[in-house]
Design a protein around this ligand. Sequence first.
Ligand code: NAP
Length: 511
Amino acid sequence: MIERASAVVKDSPFLEFRLDYLEKPLAALPKIKSFFAENTAATGIATCRRKENGGKFSGTLAAELEVLGKAAGAGFHLVDLEIESAEALKKGELEKLRETGVALIVSFHDFSATKDLEKVYDRMVPFQPDFFKIVPTAKTLTDNVTLMRFIEKMTESANIVGVCMGEAGIISRVLGLRAGSSFTFAAATQGEETAPGQIAARTLLETYRIDQVDNATKVYGVAGNPIKSSLSPIMLNAAFRRETVNAVYLALQATKVNDLLKLVQELPIQGLSITMPHKQEIMQHLENTDPLSAKIGACNTIMRTQDGKLYGFNTDVAGIVGPLEKRISLKGAKVLVLGAGGAARAAVFGLRDRGAEVFILNRTAETAQKLARQAGAKTIKKEAVAKTQFDVIINATPIGMAGMKGAAMLDAKELNTKLVFDLVYNPIETPLIRLARQQGIPFITGVEMFVQQGARQFEIWTGKPAPEEEMLRVVLHTLRQQAEAAVAEAPVPTKATTIPTKATTKPKKAS
Ligand code: NAP
């Protein structure tokens, strides 16, 4: 724990020590005391949460109190006492703890939902804590709004620390300080999270720039399900930072479109990237769309006007057509599209719009036929592919995606084309791209589409040219890091990798 704390204290001198993660918390205090003596700028919170309250400490309430009392003597500035423990204390016990001079956080955690937060606050008032820490779980996106409205209301009369746990809780983790939360919590490093949905401190600072979020900061996001592994937040936050746009871009775990729409109005959100599975369903809720979105029946970009109206665009088309037009003329070009799902629809309609002759090959023949009818394209049988010369072959199926099993749709002798475009972007080099390279066929990777569709979104929202080079740089950097991490994780875990290290979390912005 000391090792982990020493590694991060320079960047984040406000540290929570989860003493409940240690087998013998009391035995650790002398070492922690030396740590504080050496790191005088550090501010420490001691937490020894009991098992029945969601922590790992199996001792009694008296034992918890002893640890917290002695923590004060070891140099901690704050102690965290969960509400359930506070309520079980005997008369005078809390006063004894307070006599040590530490500041008191009384904390509440609800691992299942966001319920009546004022009721929780009322339960805490009798203990007169210095900080009221209230941490519910966001089951919906709008649960974040409930928490932030509560913080805004109470912050005049008390020091509130609030975040929502869970995948959907990121909004409160990034915007909570703006709502008035005294500080927030982050994982010491990625992989060392101590609560569901927690983000690494460095990510909060560098990607989301929470220290710069203020009342004028515009909020954007990517909405989908699942959304955790989306690279859009890294790419678009980098673009906002590079162009000094006061905006932040969040990953919004949206299980239902209605929840998303409510969030857009209540927060308010200025613009959205829409991804699977909502690209089609969202259409009926938009005030207006560009002609291509209407034709395709899917939209991946929303802009919210000042009067709250939502306008839809489809930048997937530009993400596919743009990179191709840089290399070839599409008018009259013979293009084979593999797949007939959302990305394939954007490709087929976009290419037809530019006058290309489009052939569709899909696992499910009926879907290919339907798309071909709608877009004025043709279907092609697998047997005919080897005998046909194409200008471009586009893969719009997930085959080749990291973690995706499935046989390649084409083999070497079927790659009769001048150019290959694989829309899959993770990994950067898919089996199809490798095949093209081996055969000396020029290729375009899915990263280019990803950056282009994101760049057009940036331009729609801000009216400024997108910093495409910077966007490409951060996406490539992240994909390479992920690939390296995947390789590093591949061997059987050794003993050393099983040592529990999830022991420190770092609060930001000490009040
Ligand atoms: P989708 O709507 O689910 O469509 C998937 C298509 O792939 C369907 O036509 C499906 O055929 C076919 N397919 C799925 N699994 C298959 C398998 N094992 N073998 C053969 N065909 C299979 O997905 P989408 O939104 O179009 O996305 C497709 C891929 O495009 C994604 O996985 C992503 O990698 C890529 N993409 C990239 C970007 C970018 O910015 N670079 C943007 C969007 C999408 P059936 O009709 O038979 O089900």
